[in-house]
Design a protein. Structure first.
Ligand SMILES: Nc1ncnc2c1ncn2[C@@H]1O[C@H](COP(=O)(O)OP(=O)(O)OP(=O)(O)O)[C@@H](O)[C@H]1O
Ligand SMILES: O=P(O)(O)OC[C@H]1O[C@H](OP(=O)(O)OP(=O)(O)O)[C@H](O)[C@@H]1O
Ligand SMILES: [Mg+2]
Length: 296
């Protein structure tokens, strides 16, 4: 099975780190190599440009792809439900959470375009012509779409376009180019995409479970402690655990009081407060560790 992942750009590093955390270590390769093996002999990684990955998956060069929803939507149909997928659609299997950005319609701050309706018969420049045309159809506005391959923000200032559809995240690029957002076109983040015919493959489900386990571990911590047996109920009340803590008998303390070891998964935001509460109900030897993966 082949997974296509970004070969460079902002999505490259976080994707490799996700594969690593998911237990799919990618074997070292010389720079710019196109393929790499992983520790799983059935899984090969194929490095491609983020924008090309959807096409690699649709064509069958890869079975799975990791890239932005914006790129997948630009290349053709994307569905959430494999049962509803046409042959040429991609199935959006999993939101991997990073690469969050928005495709927006923007126009010069002091210009005469303040709503999409103002663009009737005018020109929009973008690196995403298909997403832009779909959007214009949706809102019922007839405008010309000009495709550019970069520096889109410049085009309204050189009379190439009246507005643009482009990626924004912090908003800095739009601001320095004196462009104001007029409408949202698409919310994007990095997803795991599959071809409809491989969705039920056990290997695909295995990769999905591995990725999900990494996402589930994010923001969670593992708490371990000893507690007096007779105060266990109070300890349990304090821990906002995942399906209740695990409790194991341990040796009695020097005074012969029964002790238990308590393990629990907690939200990292709760750790600070939980620890002082645990101490106040008699817990000792409290240990907090990171979780690499969590299969719920
Ligand atoms: N500013 C941003 N914030 C968050 N995500 C972004 C941002 N810009 C782009 N992305 C996401 O990353 C994807 C790839 O963008 P990136 O800039 O890494 O590659 P690229 O521009 O295709 O690289 P290159 O042009 O060098 O090949 C985009 O399709 C989008 O999903
Ligand atoms: O809202 P902001 O945080 O300013 O981010 C938006 C900018 O980020 C991306 O460019 P990138 O940095 O990838 O450069 P590129 O044009 O070379 O791809 C995108 O094309 C926007 O220009
Ligand atoms: Mg870029």
């Amino acid at each position: 099975m082949r997974i296509a992942v970004p070969n460079k750009g902002r999505l490259h590093e976080p994707t490799l780190s996700l594969l690593e955390r998911a237990g799919l270590h990618v074997e070292e390769t010389a720079d710019r190599q196109l393929y790499a093996d992983t520790v799983d002999e059935d899984v090969t990684v194929l490095f491609a440009r983020a924008a090309d990955i959807p096409e690699y998956v649709r064509d069958g060069a890869a079975d799975l792809g990791v890239t932005g929803l914006d790129q997948a939507a630009e290349s053709g149909g994307v569905v959430d439900d494999a049962a509803a997928a046409g042959d040429d659609d991609l199935v959006d299997l999993l939101d991997l959470g990073y690469g969050s950005c928005r495709l927006v319609l923007a126009a010069p701050e002091d210009g005469d375009v303040s709503a999409v309706e103002d663009l009737e018969g005018r020109t929009i420049a973008t690196e995403f012509p298909n997403v832009t045309r779909d959007y214009l159809d949706r809102v019922g506005v007839d405008a010309d779409v000009v495709t550019v391959t970069g520096a889109t923000e410049l085009t309204p200032h050189v009379d190439m376009a009246d507005a643009i559809v482009d990626i924004t995240s912090t908003g800095t690029t739009l601001k320095v180019n004196r462009l104001a957002v007029i409408d949202g076109v698409l919310d994007s983040s990095v997803r795991l995409f599959a071809r409809p015919d491989v969705v039920d493959d056990p290997k695909v489900e295995q990769v999905m479970t591995a990725f999900e386990s990494v996402l589930a571990a994010d923001g969670r911590r593992y708490l371990m402690m000893n507690a007096p047996k007779d105060r266990l109920d109070e300890v349990k009340d304090v821990i906002p655990g995942l399906g209740g803590p695990t409790v194991m008998d341990v040796e009695a303390d020097e005074d012969g009081n029964g002790m238990v070891a308590v393990h629990a998964v907690v939200d990292e935001r709760d750790v600070f407060e939980t620890i002082s509460e645990l101490r106040s109900v008699g817990a000792t030897g409290i240990l907090v560790t990171e979780i690499e993966r969590l299969v719920e």
